[in-house]
Design a protein around this ligand. Sequence first.
Ligand SMILES: [Zn+2]
Length: 94
Amino acid sequence: MTSEAAVPPIEVPCPQCAVPVEPESLRCPSCREDLAALVRLRYAGRIDYNEALAAVRAGDDPSALVLLRRALAAEPGLLPARELLAAVEARLGV
Ligand SMILES: [Zn+2]
């Protein structure tokens, strides 16, 4: 069974203050540091995973394969991506 649902957002804390980034502004609510680049980095695997889900739904397994491998390189603990990759690899016979 693969859970073909988008993964929930993760909290990205400010490296200085250890408080969560404001979701709207992507700034630290304490020191006002712009943490957009850090958030993008932390989310890279999930963004690829969500795009892979869309590719699978569109029947584009080869694109999903590339996206899922990249997602797992960015976030090896992303379990839904690992499960979906196994299913896509089985279908493609790779
Ligand atoms: Zn801060």
